[in-house]
Design a protein around this ligand. Structure first.
Ligand code: ATP
Ligand code: MG
Ligand code: MG
Ligand code: MG
Length: 562
């Protein structure tokens, strides 16, 4: 590609509102442009990298028997009512109306659409298992779109869904997906860990998140120095922030009602700040500790109240003896638990100490949307671990370290949740009607692009791993007015491509300094510079990553390029 004829609008200055490296560099090197908050265009270089990432993903999905489809972003409200998510999802769901006042959704994921399709088309166990996947634009009205491509409101995802007649079959596909994800992220040059994660509001038991290690990551993970053990420890951050002051309690004379559905509403009702509200979940009553564990991803203003625990040292909660859950306080947590979490809390508390007094229904709430098999059946206390840096890894190998991670993908055993809601039945091998069981598997394609840049850059720009670079070689002609330079440039541009290299050819009439700076910023793995030794058939060869640089006779160029 001739740089004079493409669109690579590099910027000298760091854009004001870009606060992390990947965002800055992708803007500065001319890969992306922001349209408005959380929404981006991919320019030619950005689109090329996206294509490469997608190719790697497609190859690995096809290799495990995935079938690519393309489902609509525009989805009917009715499907979302069938699954219950029209009400459950809250403001993150992008909703819109057509001219007839019908409601629609811009899909944040496709469980509803894919399950309804399979429900309509597959009736027999003979057609199972099947895995469908797509690479498609998703919409989420994120509360805080930020960090460029890392958290957009419109973004590209690979989402896959598998349908099964039996749990064993789901286990197999899950394992195959897990391995495919490991291959994908390895091929993309990422330093990542597959971590045991919380299954949140979606139910199901087994789920792993794939985390690219990076200090800008929003999740904290714990991993072993010597084994594969890794877990998502969102609670670690919460604890760091809140252990210092845990005695604040909500005023007990006031009791929240089911009208307060979000944490913010609860706090407003009690006239306290959100921060105080959070602390109050970690209260201490008469020298006994109160543990609150929720598993929900419900709309609590994006604050995940997943594993909150107050103990003096971070020991396993099973070792906390005097745990007492105070009914009145618990009752005041009711609104947070719309969707069933209070019952989970009690269940966990009971499992932890056996003698917890739970006041879940103290206020007489009728808790809706409780799904016992989802919320209780699959939970084991093993799911919750409390560990600190330097502890022995739970698998006995190595010690625990903490790091920040970017969630680039997630694999998830959904079970029968959507299939039941949407009626995805089939005839099993006994001729009886049964409900399918499902897995879902996502990769943030555009987020992965940014995560790669986060891990692969230096002071001067991006340093692409070979497998994802938009071109293999950056060919520079320093002075296009000099005939011997432009002639040699044109010749090499042709020869390199004929030899199978993809080449970005800087044939612009720019100063050498501009060309070098842009080249470093753009970050292609290899650079060939045609300069004032062109007459002697000598070019300069440079490796972006190492900075290693040498003069090479044109005749030897293909030897050093390899
Ligand atoms: P997060 O915890 O970061 O909000 P999520 O768990 O809500 O992500 P999933 O529903 O698991 O996301 O979606 C699958 C993948 O899509 C994620 O692993 C992530 O890589 C990507 N993704 C999710 N939300 C965004 C977003 N707002 N912008 C870009 N990529 C996203
Ligand atoms: Mg999210
Ligand atoms: Mg997540
Ligand atoms: Mg996720």
């Amino acid at each position: 590609m001739r740089q004079s004829k493409t669109l690579i609008p590099t910027l000298k200055e760091v854009p004001a509102d870009a606060d992390i490296k990947s965002h800055q560099l992708l803007l500065r090197a001319g890969y992306i442009r922001q349209n408005f908050s959380g929404v981006y265009s991919f320019l030619p270089l950005g689109k090329k990298v996206l294509n490469t990432i997608e190719t790697v993903i497609r190859e690995e999905m096809d290799a495990i028997g995935g079938n690519e489809v393309l489902m609509p972003a525009l989805q009917a409200k009715e499907l979302w009512e069938e699954s219950g998510r029209w009400d459950k999802m809250g403001p993150e769901l992008m909703r819109l109306k057509d001219r007839h006042d019908r409601d629609f959704v811009l899909g944040p994921t496709h469980e509803e659409v894919v399950t309804s399709m399979v429900r309509d088309e597959i009736k027999s166990y003979k057609k199972l298992p099947i895995t469908l996947y797509q690479i498609q634009t998703k919409f989420r009205d994120e509360r805080r779109p930020r960090f460029g491509l890392l958290r957009g409101r419109e973004f590209i995802m690979k989402d896959a869904y598998s349908f099964h007649a039996t749990d064993e079959s789901l286990d197999e596909s899950y394992q195959a997906m897990y391995e495919a994800y490991s291959r994908i992220f390895t091929r993309l040059g990422l330093n990542f860990r597959a971590v045991i994660a919380d299954s949140g509001a979606m139910g199901g038991k087994d789920t792993h998140e794939f985390m690219a290690l990076s200090e800008v990551g929003e999740d904290t993970i714990a991993f072993s120095t010597e084994s594969e053990y890794a877990a998502n420890i969102e609670m670690a951050e919460v604890l760091d922030n809140y252990t210092a002051s845990t005695t604040e309690q909500l005023p007990l004379e006031k009791k929240a009602t089911p009208d307060q559905k979000t944490m913010q509403e609860v706090c407003d009702f009690f006239d306290i700040t959100l921060e105080q509200g959070l602390k109050s979940l970690l209260f201490k009553a008469d020298d006994t500790y109160v543990m609150v564990v929720t598993r929900g991803d419900h709309d609590v203003n994006e604050i995940k109240l997943k594993h909150l625990l107050k103990v003096d040292t971070l020991t396993m909660a099973t070792e906390v003896e005097a745990l007492e859950v105070v009914g009145a306080n618990f009752g005041s947590l009711g609104p947070i638990a719309v969707g069933g979490d209070v019952q989970v809390i009690c269940d966990v508390a009971l499992k932890a100490v056996g003698n917890a007094v739970c006041g879940a229904n103290e206020n007489g709430y009728h808790y809706t949307n409780v799904n016992p098999s989802r919320d209780f059946g699959t939970f084991t206390y093993e799911d919750v671990r409390f560990i600190k840096a330097g502890d022995a890894s739970p698998d006995g190998k190595g010690v625990i370290k903490f790091a920040e991670g970017i969630e680039i993908g997630q694999v998830f055993k959904l079970g029968k949740f959507y299939a039941e809601k949407l009626g995805a039945d089939f005839l099993n091998d006994q001729g009886r009607s049964a409900v399918m069981t499902m897995g879902c598997y996502g990769i943030g394609v555009s987020r992965t692009l940014a995560a790669i840049v986060e891990q692969h850059h230096d002071d001067r720009g991006i340093v692409w791993p070979k497998a994802v670079a938009p071109f293999n070689v950056h060919l520079l002609v320093l002075n296009t007015k000099k005939e011997e330079q432009s002639e040699l440039g044109e010749r090499l541009y042709k020869d390199l491509r004929a030899a199978g290299y993809s080449v970005l050819y800087d044939d612009r009439a720019e100063r050498a300094g501009v060309k070098f700076a842009d080249s470093d910023l753009i970050g292609l793995p290899l650079r060939v510079t045609v300069g004032n030794k062109a007459g002697e058939a000598i070019v300069e060869f440079k490796v972006r990553k190492t900075g290693e640089q040498s003069d090479v006779a044109v005749n030897d160029l293909f030897k050093v390029l390899k």
